[in-house]
Design a protein around this ligand. Sequence first.
Ligand SMILES: [Zn+2]
Length: 226
Amino acid sequence: MLRDLAYLFYPIYCAACDSPLYSNERLLCTSCRHELPLGNFHYVNAKKIEKVFYGRVKIENATALFVFHKDGLVQNLIHNLKYRGREEIAKELGLWLGSELCQLSEYQNIDVVVPVPLHTKRLRERGFNQVEKFGIEIAKKLDAEYINKVLKKSSYTSKQSKRDHMNRWINTAETFKVINESLLENKHILLVDDIVTTGATIEACVQELVKIKGIRISVATMAITE
Ligand SMILES: [Zn+2]
């Protein structure tokens, strides 16, 4: 009863549709849990997402939890994570995807989970990297190590929410640097990010990572645009 009373004073809202949650719901309302558009790429559509990177960079396996539609539930979910500081969303999505990937042989041999980094200036503004908790949960499920000190973003791009279509292409100039590369030698790594749109960010990271001796790279993201 105390718990219900607390909800009355501190209503907790669904991370995807912003409606108040019932006390038996966690983070997402029951309706959103069923309606969020799952990609299921790691089960049936692996080729579809791996095709994004064909001829650009070599990737072992790639998947995304959701399909991102403009003005859809996933867009709001990611917005709540990035701009309203609801970092628990990243944890929940990591648990969700991690629980599925740990049952698949292609992902069971992952040694290290590596997040796409934010530029230090952006990290200071936001206070957290939105993929950190996502990566940590996936690493736990895969019994892999989580290492966030191997990639460094060296170019700074303007705020995504303010960017127009043309500027999105300027964004492809973002560059990453590998540090402590010995940590990843001869490892199968899982690179994690929030959304794949053009694939340019992942491509820029992979171009640097493939220089490491014996590395193999797979990719998992929260969402991919249709
Ligand atoms: Zn909802």
